[in-house]
Ligand binder design. Structure first.
Ligand code: OMP
Length: 292
């Protein structure tokens, strides 16, 4: 399925990501000081260690990748000081030039959706992100105020369309009122919303394996698609690139544990490896598309 293209405003979220990806890589890096990740580096589960971990990661990656995806609860758990640390990490990521997705996976009613941009979106917001992840469980209309304001601020929103965890299908493959599965419905809502608003700042997270991901990505038609799978799912770079199909120009490949599991001294070399592998797989996909 080949998707129609909406021209991407250069100063909109997708346009900014594309420009950044062209200069760096389609690779994104996920980060957040979870107890497990601190332990991988032999660090205690404290705020000070969380700062060391987060600054080490963000300073190593921010000027080399297109996007940093920050899992906000791993900071929020430290209370006010954790939020201050989160903002400092966001600022360091942006100083390096990476776009920042605040991975909060929030879901709420329109009155709450009205205030979410104050918290997440744009340099003048509390946390200063370029985009936020949301869960459209209450229906897309519940999120409308955030979606509209995100566009006004040149920011983005990524909707969880299909996740990679084992039980995801029990909900996301359920057939709903549209007569189609939840995940397909969400993917089509991304396309429909962007079309209706003449924009492309609404994107999706598509964590399904193989052909299902490809189909869902195509259904979104526009917007950034984040394709997890390089870490715990153990998918190959080539298979995640293949999941983007002919929509690779709007696909970011985040890696988290695959990069953070190694020792901090190995971070830079490990990043070199991921960058080279992603560039190589994207180039092969491009050549194959031209040859086809
Ligand atoms: O939102 C995501 O990026 C996400 C979607 C999904 O379907 N599955 C998934 O694991 N993730 C994120 O990816 C992170 C793990 O990445 P890896 O360690 O690279 O597998 C998780 O902690 C989630 O934040």
């Amino acid at each position: 399925m080949s998707a129609p293209r909406v021209p991407s405003a250069a100063d909109g979220f997708l346009g900014r990501w594309r420009a950044r990806a062209a200069r760096t890589s389609r690779l994104g890096v996920g980060l957040g000081p979870s107890p497990e990740r601190l332990a991988w580096w032999g660090l205690p589960d404290t705020l000070a260690a969380a700062r060391t971990h987060s600054f080490t990661v963000v300073d190593a990656v921010a000027d080399r990748v297109s996007l940093v995806k920050i899992q906000t609860p791993f900071f929020e758990r430290f209370g006010g000081p954790g939020l201050e640390l989160l903002r400092a990490v966001v600022d360091r990521a942006r100083a390096g030039g990476a776009l920042v997705v605040l991975d909060a996976k929030r879901c709420d009613a329109p009155d709450v959706a009205r205030v979410l941009p104050e918290l997440y979106l744009g340099e003048d917001s509390v946390l200063g992100g370029d985009a936020v992840t949301l869960v459209p469980w209450m229906g897309l209309d519940s999120l409308e105020p955030t979606l509209v304001e995100a566009g006004r601020r040149g920011c983005g929103v990524l909707l969880m369309a299909r996740t990679s965890n084992h039980a995801a299908g029990t909900v996301q493959h359920a057939v709903g009122g549209t007569g189609d599965t939840v995940s397909r419905t969400i993917a089509e809502q991304v396309a429909g919303w962007n079309r209706a608003h003449g924009t492309d700042h609404l994107g999706a997270v598509v964590g399904a394996p193989g052909p299902e991901a490809r189909e869902l990505v195509a259904r979104t038609e526009t917007g950034l698609v984040s394709l997890p799978g390089l870490g715990r799912q153990g998918r190959s770079v080539a298979s995640v690139v293949a999941a983007a199909g002919d929509q690779l120009d709007r696909a970011v490949l985040p890696v988290t544990s695959g990069l953070l599991r190694g020792a901090p001294e190995r971070l830079s070399a490990s990043l070199d490896g991921w960058l080279a592998e992603v560039d190589d797989a994207c180039e092969r996909a491009r050549r194959a598309a031209v040859a086809a």
